[in-house]
Design a protein. Structure first.
Length: 255
C-alpha cells in the first residue's frame, strides 16, 4: 500500500519511484532468463517479437507472472487506480532498447481517439529496470508534470536537428532535452534514480524517454550493464479502459 504522500506525488508529478520491490534473487533470475531468451533465439516464438523487444510475454513466458505481478506490485497499482485495476494486454520486455522523447498517448490521439482526456481515465505504465540508472543510463527520464500539459508530439513525433544545431548543442553543452522544440513548457527534466528491482510508475500522458549513456554512445555500454526493462500497463476500472482496448485491437499486435 502506498502512502498518501506517494499518491499525491504521483498525481502532481506524473511519475513515482517505489524502491525495493524485487529481491536480489528475482532480479538475477529475470536478467539471466531474459538475456537467454534473446541470445538463444527464443524470442522468435512469437511473430510479434523482435531481437530487442518482446511484445507477447506472458503467453510464451509465464515464469515472469508471479514475480512481476506479486502482491507488492498489485497493492501499489491499486493504491493509484482504485479497486480492481485492469492489466492491459501490453506487457513488454526491452533489451538494449532506447526510445527518444514521446508521450504514450500520442499515436491514439493522432488516430482520432480522445478517451485519455476523459477525467475518469487513468492509465499507467509500471516498469522494472533490471540495472541501476547510473552513468550508463539504464532507466527512465521524464518531464515532471507533463501529464497535465497538451501533447506537443501530435504534430512532431520525431525531433530531427540539423548538423549545425547538433554541433552547437555539443559545443555549448546544451542538452537536447531542454531545447524549445522538445520541451516548450520548460518542464523540469528528471533522470529517475532507480535501482535494479525498483518499481517505476508513470502516467501514460507523461513525456518520457530512456535515460541514455554519455553522448548517447550506446556502443560503449558494458555488456554486463545491458539495459533490460519489463513493463506492464494498467488502467483504472471504468469504460475508458474498454475504449483503450478497442484502440489497441486496431493495431497489428497480439491484442
Amino acid at each position: 500500500m502506498l502512502t498518501q504522500d506517494q499518491i499525491e506525488s504521483f498525481h502532481k508529478n506524473g511519475y513515482l519511484l517505489v524502491p525495493g520491490i524485487l529481491t536480489a534473487q528475482e532480479i538475477a533470475f529475470m536478467r539471466k532468463r531474459i538475456l537467454d531468451i534473446f541470445d538463444t533465439g527464443e524470442w522468435k516464438r512469437s511473430p510479434y517479437n523482435t531481437d530487442n523487444v518482446l511484445s507477447d510475454v506472458y503467453s510464451y513466458f509465464p515464469e515472469f507472472i508471479d514475480i512481476t505481478l506479486k502482491e507488492k506490485v498489485r497493492s501499489a497499482i491499486t493504491s493509484l487506480l482504485g479497486n480492481k485495476p485492469i492489466l492491459m494486454p501490453e506487457t513488454a520486455i526491452h533489451k538494449g532498447f532506447y526510445t527518444g522523447w514521446h508521450k504514450d498517448t500520442t499515436m491514439q490521439e493522432k488516430a482520432g481517439y480522445h478517451f485519455h482526456k476523459d477525467p475518469r481515465s487513468l492509465m499507467i505504465e509500471a516498469g522494472f529496470y533490471l540495472q541501476d540508472n547510473d552513468e550508463w543510463g539504464g532507466g527512465l527520464t521524464v518531464m515532471e508534470g507533463s501529464h497535465i500539459t497538451e501533447d506537443t508530439f501530435i504534430e512532431n513525433t520525431h525531433y530531427d536537428f540539423t548538423f549545425l544545431e547538433r554541433v552547437k548543442r555539443k559545443l555549448s553543452g546544451q542538452s537536447q532535452d531542454m531545447t524549445k522544440r522538445v520541451n516548450p513548457h520548460r518542464h523540469r527534466v528528471v533522470d529517475i534514480p532507480s535501482k535494479a528491482g525498483d518499481l517505476v510508475i508513470f502516467n501514460l500522458k507523461t513525456n518520457h524517454r530512456a535515460t541514455a549513456p554519455p553522448n548517447e554512445d550506446f556502443s560503449r555500454v558494458p555488456k554486463d550493464r545491458t539495459k533490460i526493462a519489463f513493463f506492464n500497463a494498467f488502467s483504472s476500472n471504468n469504460p475508458t479502459a474498454n475504449d483503450y482496448l478497442a484502440y489497441i485491437r486496431t493495431r497489428p499486435e497480439p491484442y
